[in-house]
Each structure stands twice: as C-alpha cells, then as structure tokens.
Design a protein around this ligand. Structure first.
Ligand code: 6PG
Length: 244
C-alpha cells in the first residue's frame, strides 16, 4: 500500500472537478484490474454533485462498481436533504449500475443507532470481515464543512472517539447523522477531499496547521494508510502550498 499525500489547487470548481474525475476514473480502473471490482464511497453535500454528473457521462463497467456512502442525514431516502437522493439524481439513476451494487445508509428504523449497526453489519458482510477488522474501500470521497467536519464527524462529538466500529451515529447540532468512523475512513486505499469556496479557507488553515486540536477540526483525523488527495479551488486553497 502506497501512502502519499497530495495538495492540488485549481483556478475554479470546473478544473477541480475535471481533475477529480480523472483521478477517480484511474482509481476505478486500477481497483478493477487488481481485484475485479471497485468499492467507492460517496460524499454528500453539494461540491461533489458535478463530479457525479461527470461520472454518469462515462462508459464504465458499471456492474463492477459498488457504491457506498460516507455519511447520511437522518432523513427518508426521498427527502431533499438525502445524500443518497442527491447521488441517485446526479448519477446513479442515469446509468445501468445494478441496484444490488448500491448500498445506501439506512435511515428507516426510527433509531439511528440501529441503522448504524445495520450498515456496519452490511460492510462486514460485503468485505467478509473478521471481528475487529476494518474494510479497505478503494476510493472514499469526502468534503469538509466550514467547521472542518468531514463526513458526519463533527467537532467535539462522541463520534470522533469511536474506534471499535465501522459506522456510528454522528451529531450535527443535536440532529443525528450516520457516519463512517475515522478508522474506517483511514483504512481506505485512496481518499479524495473535494473542497471549494472561500468559506472553507479558515477550516483549511486549521486542518493544515502544524498544531491544532483535532477534536475541534475533525478532518485532521483523516490520515489514510493509502493515498490522500486534497483537491481545492483557489478560493479555498490559495494560502496552501500545493504539492510539488
Ligand atoms: C454532508 C456531507 C458533508 C459535506 C460537507 C461539505 O452530509 O453534508 O457528507 O460532510 O461533505 O458538509 O459540504 P458542501 O460540499 O456542500 O460544502
């Protein structure tokens, strides 16, 4: 497993999305060549939406792609805030990707902890994990909030301390979310952060600061054993030193 960290800054969102598409397509090809399929974890929010639309325009071996989510708001799958709905409308409903390959985070048990356990078990089954093992996703896409959260790992929340499970309940201002845990994300072969907009600048300054309290800036916890890309537009990343 190669471990490299890359910071790339682009003049605008369009060029950021083009680069992220090229990286994702390359990593999909590599994963399929290596083990016959690609496990891809989708980010929510708005930034990745044009990437999903761009992927939908590709001609890929869709039956070899397995789709998961890094987090989900605790709403119905047809709710406008649903990360699953966003990805289905932008991409998944536009291509012949088998529905059996799409693994949304459940939010229908009325108890977020039960849904988190169910998703945890689904991941254990999919990856044939022994107790205590963490899955190695081929690609995990992430964003960050203005508060430096990522997935649904919010500052100073209990989810940041969960290291013995794959999935847990996040908490955004008292609202439950379901999220992959830090160790699950850090097991990935490739993690790509897509970050755009000036509002993310202060968070990035703390995330990349030599010293800061990780619990106040959760994206700092994401140090994958695989490759890590920070793909930034200039508005967000102009103060950071791109990788040489
Ligand atoms: C979510 C996401 C979250 C998102 C960031 C950035 O459920 O909202 O998983 O972690 O990636 O909040 O969101 P934007 O891309 O909309 O800025």
């Amino acid at each position: 497993m190669t471990q490299a960290k890359f910071i790339e800054v682009f003049p605008d969102l369009g060029s950021l999305i083009n680069r992220s598409l090229a990286l994702v397509l390359s990593q999909i090809e590599t994963a399929i060549a290596d083990h016959g399929y690609c496990s891809l974890v989708l980010a929510g929010g708005s930034t990745p939406k044009p990437l999903y639309a761009a992927i939908a325009r590709q001609d890929l071996p869709w039956e070899k792609l397995y789709i998961f989510w890094g987090d989900e708001r605790y709403v119905a799958a047809d709710h406008p805030d649903s990360n699953q709905l966003m990805a289905r409308l932008a991409w998944l409903d536009q291509v012949p990707l088998p529905s059996a390959n799409i693994h949304p985070i459940p939010t229908d048990s009325d108890d977020p902890a039960v849904d988190a356990q169910n998703y945890d078990r689904k991941l254990q089954d999919f990856f044939h994990l022994a107790p205590g093992q963490f899955p190695q996703f081929d690609i995990i896409l992430l964003g960050i909030g203005d508060d430096a959260h990522t997935a649904s790992l919010f500052p100073q929340t209990e989810a940041l301390d969960v290291c013995d499970r794959l999935v847990t309940v996040g908490n955004k201002d008292g609202q439950p979310r379901i999220t992959l845990t830090i160790p699950t994300i850090n097991q990935a072969a490739n993690v790509l952060f897509l970050v755009a907009g000036a509002s993310k600048k202060p968070a990035l300054a703390q995330i990349f600061a030599p010293i800061a309290d990780d619990k106040f800036y959760p994206a700092r916890f994401i140090q994958p054993q695989g490759n890590l890309w920070w793909l930034l537009d200039a508005a967000a990343g102009e103060d950071l030193q791109p990788s040489s």
